[in-house]
Design a protein around this ligand. Structure first.
Ligand code: ADP
Ligand code: MG
Length: 501
């Protein structure tokens, strides 16, 4: 089998003192200081290798077939150094998280004061009424996430009678996420008013940005001759807030941690200087923060974040989301593993799959992270299945585990800081004002729901940032698919048929 060693790993090998027991094929005219390295100065040299035991590899030059045993200690040192550097770059000690909280609060204030030029859009959601439990009627909610599209049918029976719901989930075909709006909305309908500002999370649908998306949906419903009226268009965070509020009046905030991330919360009307419309009768605004777009020098970004961003469909945008949400965590892991593989993590051979976007996704890395066996067997199986790495040493698997842990921990802790920033903004962080009031955060999203390590890291940082006492008054409650039922409820309370006055 022929493989390519990088110049760096070859140089590292050449620099190893002979005392380390290394036998270099010095007599060879090519040796390790072969002309292709010294003169051309780039790239590697084609070598033949056989694995002889863990941690060491027998190399022979393909030109002269001179064997030389090379202990891969140099590569291991290289990888360890890279891993340590990466861990350090991702570090989020308490003090760092505090600066993230502070800068996010400032950005929230800026976004509430001005329409343009702010990182956080802080969009008032035009939701005048939140559900009261009096809603009636049959509603269909179409919930478009970043991966899944859910259709939900909800029947609300009025005061004290509760509701029933049925739903079905479809995966959005990738070509539609990057295609034309008609195709996407025709897909949606095969199963009021609002304007789409921009797509995030890997969507790039032409013909929608700046258009009234309800109109696009209506056109599609018309093309199919359905008897349906579009009653409301709400952001999924706002849906989750409404769904949570239907059940629990202490819900003040909703967070999505799924394919992407975002949050909305209940703000006092006076705290929104940019609002030029009539003051809302309810005295509140539901503000969609669009926090995925948060970006700040306080964020601990690395080469992997920069690379991922550059190659994304929305470079320079949604930097915060790209550090933590389900769409990206797995790919960040892949990028770091690729760098380590180039430094010799897998013995000089770089698995072809590792170079391909999409070969490792968050559900894979979360399964690997859940492996508690001392030999990291499950992690090894996933490496084999997803990256075609046929045999790995425990040392290598431990490195992979560390990379996943570092990235997940960073993401979860940043998510915690963002939640605390919102609580601080509304005086529910236990430091001021309503500190003693009970506060519930409605959480929706596959990442939070299905990734226990992420959840635990988030919770740990959250309690530390708030302080144990204050944290006792705040609950994060999973509101599974709350966004769909919440949207149906909002349709009910904003529809001429639904609200019981
Ligand atoms: P959407 O974001 O489309 O509304 P979900 O809330 O169900 O959908 O979230 C889906 C996302 O959750 C996927 O993109 C994936 O990254 C993440 N996810 C799904 N399963 C797991 C898992 N087992 N571990 C970690 N993340 C997961
Ligand atoms: Mg969703």
């Amino acid at each position: 089998m022929s493989t390519l060693l990088t110049q760096r790993s070859l140089e590292a090998i050449c620099q190893l003192p002979e005392a380390s027991g290394l036998r270099l094929p010095r007599r060879s005219g090519y040796g390790f200081r072969c002309p292709s390295i010294n003169s051309a100065g780039k790239g590697g040299v084609s070598l033949v290798y056989h694995r002889i035991d863990r941690g060491s590899v027998r190399y022979s030059l393909s030109r002269k077939q001179e064997p030389g045993v090379v202990v891969v200690a140099a590569q291991q040192q290289d990888c360890q150094r890279l891993l340590d550097e990466f861990r350090q770059a991702c570090d989020t000690p308490q003090g760092k998280l505090e600066t993230v909280v502070d800068s996010m609060v400032l950005e929230m204030e800026a976004g509430l004061a001005a329409d343009e030029g702010c990182l956080l859009k802080m969009l008032p959601s035009y939701v005048e009424n939140l559900p009261k439990g009096t809603e009636r009627g049959v509603y269909y909610a179409l919930d478009l996430g970043g991966t899944n599209f859910r259709v939900l049918r909800a029947v609300f029976r009025g005061p004290g009678e509760g509701c029933t719901q049925e739903s079905e989930i479809f995966t959005i075909p990738e070509d539609l996420m990057l295609g034309k709006s008609e195709e996407l909305f025709d897909f949606i309908t095969s199963v009021s008013s609002g304007t789409l500002i921009h797509w995030s999370k890997g969507f790039k649908v032409s013909g929608t940005v700046g258009r009234d998306i309800v109109e696009v949906l209506r056109e599609s419903i018309e093309r199919r001759n359905f008897e349906m009226e579009v009653a409301a268009l709400v952001n999924d965070t706002v849906g989750t807030l409404a769904g949570g509020r239907y059940i629990n009046g202490d819900v003040m905030m909703a967070v999505i941690l799924g394919t992407g991330t975002n949050a909305c919360y209940i703000e006092r009307a006076e705290a929104v200087p940019k609002w030029k419309g009539p003051p809302p009768k309810s005295g509140i605004h539901v503000i969609n923060t669009e926090w995925g777009n948060f970006g700040s020098p306080t964020l601990p970004t690395t080469f992997a974040d920069d690379e991922l961003d550059r190659e994304s469909v929305n470079p320079g945008e949604h930097i915060f989301e790209k550090m933590m949400s389900g769409m990206y965590l797995g790919d960040l892991v892949r990028r770091v593993l690729l760098k380590l593989a180039n430094a010799g993590l897998f013995g000089g051979a770089v698995p072809e799959k590792l170079t391909k976007k999409g070969s490792l996704v968050t559900p894979d890395t979360s399964k690997m992270h859940a492996d508690e066996s001392p030999s990291l067997e499950i992690l090894g199986e996933i490496l084999q299945k997803k990256l075609e790495l046929d045999s790995t040493t425990l040392e290598q698997r431990k490195v992979v585990y560390s990379v996943i842990d570092i990235i997940t921990r960073r993401g979860a802790r940043l998510a915690a800081a963002a939640i605390v920033a919102v609580l601080r903004k509304i005086g529910r962080d236990g430091r001021s004002g309503n500190g003693k009031a009970r506060t519930v955060i409605a959480m929706d999203g596959g990442l939070y729901e299905r990734y226990p390590q992420f959840r635990n890291y988030l919770r740990e940082a959250f309690v530390k940032l708030l302080g144990e006492e204050a944290a006792k008054n705040v609950d994060i409650e999973l509101s599974k698919d709350g966004s769909g039922i919440g949207a149906a409820l909002l349709a009910a309370c904003h529809s001429k048929y639904g609200a019981q006055q």
